[in-house]
Design a protein around this ligand. Sequence first.
Ligand SMILES: Cc1cc2nc3c(=O)[nH]c(=O)nc-3n(C[C@H](O)[C@H](O)[C@H](O)COP(=O)(O)OP(=O)(O)OC[C@H]3O[C@@H](n4cnc5c(N)ncnc54)[C@H](O)[C@@H]3O)c2cc1C
Length: 434
Amino acid sequence: MAWDFETEPAFEEKLAWMRSFVKEEIFPIETLKLSSDQVVAFIRPLQDEVKARGLWAAHLPAELGGMGFGQVKLGLMHEILGQTPYGPVVFGNNAPDSGNAELLAAGMEMTGREDIRERWLQPLLDGAMRSGFSMTEPNTAGSDPRLLKSNAVRDGDEWVLNGRKWYTTNGSVADILIVMAVTNPDVHPYQGSSMFVVPVNTKGVTILRDVGSMDDPDVTYGRFGNHAEILYQDVRIPADHLIGPEGSGFLLAQTRLGPGRIHHCMRWLGQSQRAFDMMCERALSRFTHGSLLADKQTVQNWIADSAAEMHAARLMTLHAAWKMDKVGASASRDEIAMIKYYGASVLHNVVDRALQTYGSLGYSADMPLEGMYRAARAARIYDGPDEVHRQTVARHALKRYEPSEIPSDHIPTRAAAAREKFASMLEFLEAERV
Ligand SMILES: Cc1cc2nc3c(=O)[nH]c(=O)nc-3n(C[C@H](O)[C@H](O)[C@H](O)COP(=O)(O)OP(=O)(O)OC[C@H]3O[C@@H](n4cnc5c(N)ncnc54)[C@H](O)[C@@H]3O)c2cc1C
């Protein structure tokens, strides 16, 4: 099958506009130390401009209020927006709201329930509501969600939810939480978990704290981007707050994670490119030990390796996006898994090299690199740690092979077989002494 990541000239124009808009209007806001409310005041007019250009919340299909771009175009867009943490917020496709909107949309499609649109999906798309995605638990391995312990039991017209979650990003500023819980422990976990919309002010929901992390070790409670620890104690949820059919939690999670990983990887490339630009500028400006850094072979290697790794990651990610557009997320599982761990390592390597090129200045908060480095570290953990994605790829690759006591390429064995196969030819050559 031929690959084609080309986009039409009209979309190229949109990308060009996004590039200059992000650089001219959004980059400067990063440097101001703003409170959450001040950020909202700054970005509101920018969001209006994005809406006026028809680029708002582009991740959803047209019938659900999005732009129906498909993953290749979305990927190219995220590469630009990902250069700055405010980019996705200004364009209405920041995590976890964008992924949660996709979950709600998938639930709507599975059940034909239109009320979901009005109650939660549209307000999320409009930016009038904030959400968190509450799946990971402190006491079970998040890398294996089959082990989830949080559970919901049906009681009349309600479900009663109990559990403890953490790392619910934006949990402490959310209006609604989408919670994954076991609803039927008697079947395989893939069929026994469900997702619920839980309004944050429901009785029994306690936001215990925002977890201090590499992002923000001395975390201030209630800031956008924090990760909350949440206790759900006998939380009574109306039955119609179930998203999709009972037991569809894993299916919904797959719907959300496929496109989300493509967008993450393209955003990481945007970050990597920014770090790369900083590295090259510094290499051409800093003089030491008789020459510019740009003249040192080690620095040249960093630049060359970074360029090659970014190029490879970009092609892999666009290919995964293209394949997803053609054959869907499930058939593109390997490609999506590969870009998750490969893209995360490229981001980490490029930011690390750029930081090193700047020495003490790179380590200082006078450059954005130290913050980018801390954020890059998380990429190897969230949405499934590297090891799990590698395992997926390796397992599928291994399925294409059979065990063999004698290796198929064992040369003495092959030589014996070849001698047998060509016996008459060998005899003839021997007789003729050729
Ligand atoms: C910045 C950030 C934001 C997050 N946001 C959210 C959110 O909004 N909502 C949410 O629900 N969760 C969120 N998470 C949680 C995230 O999804 C989990 O951290 C992740 O799934 C891993 O689960 P765990 O932390 O429990 O690690 P564990 O499952 O305990 O795994 C620990 C380590 O074990 C190793 N490991 C695991 N499995 C294997 C394997 N098969 N082979 C070899 N080694 C293995 C890996 O090195 C892994 O890092 C976020 C995490 C971070 C860091």
